[in-house]
Design a protein around this ligand. Structure first.
Ligand SMILES: O=P(O)(O)O[C@H]1O[C@H](CO)[C@@H](O)[C@H]1O
Ligand SMILES: O=c1cc[nH]c(=O)[nH]1
Length: 293
């Protein structure tokens, strides 16, 4: 039974919170006592997560979309039929807090068969800017396929593999959008945008251009095709909770060539549409509503 996989996780890990009569999803400004979560979210089948709140309304028309998390400016959430969109901010701590509360929300709303996708931007390694990378495995800065979570005073190593079948299904959907290359590869997840991603243009830089290129070329050789800042904890938490998950990111630059993102605004906006287009096709296909022109 994979219907509500998070039941399994909750029974393992959180008996206290489950038995609590009132549950507050603090950073989402939602709660079991204040909101009828099954009525509001029970039909959710797809959750799309993105970094910034501006990119959130992609699945509905701007006018009729209301932010569900009105009482907080931490996260924004929109719902269009079975598609829920939430932003996660930048970096592992921010997405991790959002995911804890989102997964509890899905549990209390009695959702089942949910697919969750991070739609994002990234720095490419050795590939054309504008390409899409569908992540098979998130790796850390040592190129290891793992996420190290500190729980109390213990380092717990978690698996960061993503759903292979889902990745292949997404790659198949990409054939419908031939305007930009799409590939499956490893994604490196870092704690920082600058030195942490081997950039020379931060406020601090403690290594040479040669060292940077050597590092990025070694990353390429292990199968890493892009770098971003959330995929490892996303893969680990969704995997532990049995949620089918994918990470689909456009690359904004080729890090073997430069560090600065200096694309004209309209090109940047156009690139950000690439993963969005792919995911729209995927969802429409899943819902039996895809009509290729
Ligand atoms: O996918 P988005 O939200 O653009 O996130 C990527 O861009 C941010 C850095 O600019 C990091 O959070 C990285 O993961
Ligand atoms: O280079 C990049 C671009 C977007 N996001 C990142 O984390 N790195």
């Amino acid at each position: 039974m994979t219907n509500r996989p998070y039941d399994f996780v909750f029974s393992l890990y959180t008996p206290l919170s489950l038995s609590h009569p009132l549950y507050i999803l603090y950073h989402l400004d939602l709660g079991t006592k204040t909101h009828n979560l099954p009525a509001m979210f029970g039909d959710v089948k797809f959750v799309c997560v993105r970094g910034s709140s501006n990119r959130m309304k992609a699945f509905g028309s701007e006018e009729d979309m209301q932010d569900i998390c009105t009482g907080t400016d931490r996260y924004c959430m929109y719902k269009t039929g079975p598609v829920l969109s939430i932003n996660h901010g930048m970096g592992i701590p921010s997405i991790s807090i959002m995911l804890h509360e989102l997964i509890k929300l899905l549990y209390y709303a009695k959702c089942y068969d949910v697919t969750i996708i991070r739609i994002g931007t990234s720095g490419g390694i050795g590939i054309e800017p504008g390409s899409i990378v569908i992540t098979d495995t998130a790796v850390d800065s040592f190129f290891k396929p793992q996420f190290e979570q500190i729980i109390l005073d213990t380092v717990v190593t978690q698996n960061t593999e993503l759903d292979k079948e889902l990745a292949e299904e997404l790659l198949k959907c990409s054939k419908e959008v031939p305007d930009f290359p799409t590939l499956i590869g490893h994604t490196m997840c870092t704690y920082d945008f600058y030195e942490g991603q081997g950039r020379l243009d931060g406020a601090l830089c403690s290594f040479s251009n040669e060292k940077k290129l050597d590092y990025l070329q070694r990353a390429y050789k292990t199968g890493i095709r892009n770098i971003e800042m959330e995929s490892s904890v996303f893969a680990a938490m969704c995997g532990l909770c049995g949620l089918k998950a994918a990470v689909v990111c456009v690359t904004l630059l080729n890090r073997l060539e430069c560090d600065q993102i200096n694309l004209p605004r309209e090109v940047l906006l156009e690139y950000q549409q690439h993963p969005q287009k792919l995911i729209s096709i995927f969802i429409k296909k899943r819902l039996g509503r895809y009509n290729p022109k």
